[in-house]
Design a protein. Structure first.
Length: 392
């Protein structure tokens, strides 16, 4: 959250002039950044999963609601959402009480769809008043005039990220709504006049061949970059091994104590060469159009075959970004989880402080397990993986 690749790229382009040289300089900058972050991560792990900073400076991604107005076929939260009781959410006062106790400086509000939370604008206004930096992830389909009006009065919205799967037809098909693209386009165009905005596309078999057309759309909207995220694809084998390992090392039973909140997708639906060609073609299109195609995680772009084959744990030394960034995931009821994928609540912020939860024996042990095992089998294609070195 703290870095601004858009700004770094603009600076590189300014200093080095021609887009190609600017691109190379930016790539070097990215490599340095990841090397440096990896170094701090290694240090952190060598301290044994607990550090002298305690819970100070912990940031959070808050899944403020599990509700969503769309029905994307690939949505991993779909099943979780359908289970009874999962649609509850905390009242405004409890949400603010949690933020108060955490002494937040910044927060990422993520969903499902954050604007389905019934008092979302009240939460945003209260955070804004406290000077907390706000990062929002939304599908952008729920704004109306009154909503735009309230949103544009906020001073501390640092970035709004919109998820877009393809041009209108492809996007609407994936999202299960014939007007989704039109609404999101309007949201991007209106909010970008007030806040930094970003667009994110998960690379799927459905959009693999049409990624460059998104750059044309981005260019016509006046964006300087477009982010493409490699899909976090899971094999059943990854799930089974992770459940086995966690049961053995932590004593957590599958389902009762620990769940992997994702869907199994055994095959990607495209060959490695098709992925490689799509990435190169999209980067070339970006250079031609003057809009950066930002593939993330960067580490997968640089190790594309390892990502494709899901062999990163065997071939590289991996570091969980959550450990390096000191970030937790808070669920819709106040439970603290390590990340959005592994569901095990280490404690609830309505009952315990972040300090107690962060330093609880269970959480320290889990962080050490991640370091000891080179993360868990289901981490092999994590879309947040930023730090790795290799070979092992
Ligand atoms: S918009 Fe996001 S949360 Fe909603 S159904 Fe689609 S993927 Fe799931
Ligand atoms: S899936 Fe693994 S690597 Fe990714 S955030 Fe979770 S623990 Fe970290």
């Amino acid at each position: 959250m703290a870095t601004s690749p858009g700004r770094a790229r603009k600076l590189a382009l300014k200093v080095f002039g021609a887009p190609l040289i600017g691109e190379a300089a930016f790539s070097l900058f990215e490599q340095y950044k990841y090397w440096n972050q990896g170094r701090s991560g290694s240090l952190w792990l060598s301290q044994g999963g607990s550090d002298s900073k305690g819970a100070r400076g912990i940031s959070a991604r808050h899944e403020i609601t599990l509700k969503c107005n769309l029905h994307c076929y690939f949505c991993y939260q779909g099943d979780y959402r359908e289970e009874s009781g999962r649609l509850d959410e905390l009242p405004f006062e409890d949400v603010m009480g949690i933020y108060e106790r955490m002494g937040l400086k910044s927060i990422g509000l993520v969903g499902s769809e954050v604007f389905m939370y019934k008092k979302m604008y009240e939460v945003l206004e209260a955070l804004d008043k406290k000077g907390v930096d706000i990062y929002l992830l939304t599908n952008g389909t729920l704004f109306n005039e009154q909503a735009y009006d309230r949103l544009f009065r906020l001073k501390h919205v640092r970035r709004i990220i919109y998820s877009i799967d393809g041009p209108a037809e492809a996007h609407n098909k994936v999202r299960g709504n014939p007007k989704a693209f039109q609404k999101t386009e309007e949201a991007v165009l209106r909010t970008m006049k007030h806040f930094p905005v970003g667009t994110n596309t998960v690379v799927l078999k459905e959009n693999l061949k049409i990624l460059p057309s998104l750059l044309e759309i981005g260019k016509s909207w006046g964006l300087t970059d477009w982010t493409f995220t490699f899909e976090t694809r899971y094999r059943k084998r990854d799930f089974d091994e992770t459940y086995g390992l966690v049961q053995k090392e932590m004593g957590w039973k599958q389902g009762a104590d620990f769940t992997i909140n994702e869907l199994v997708r055994e095959e990607p639906g495209y060959a490695f060469e098709e992925l490689e060609e799509a990435v190169e073609e999209t980067v070339r299109a970006g250079l031609r159009l003057g809009i950066k195609a930002n593939f993330t995680p960067f580490i997968w772009r640089k190790n594309l075959r390892t990502y494709y084959e899901g062999t990163s744990r065997e071939q590289m030394t991996l570091l969980c970004p959550k450990l390096v960034n000191r970030e937790v995931t808070i669920d819709h009821l106040g439970g603290v989880h390590h990340c959005g994928v592994y569901r095990h609540s280490f404690g609830n912020l309505r009952e315990r402080s972040m300090e107690e939860i962060w330093e609880s024996p269970d959480y320290v042990r889990f962080r050490r397990l991640l370091g000891k095992q080179n993360l868990l089998p289901a981490c092999a294609r994590c879309c947040k993986m930023q730090f790795a070195s290799g070979p092992r």
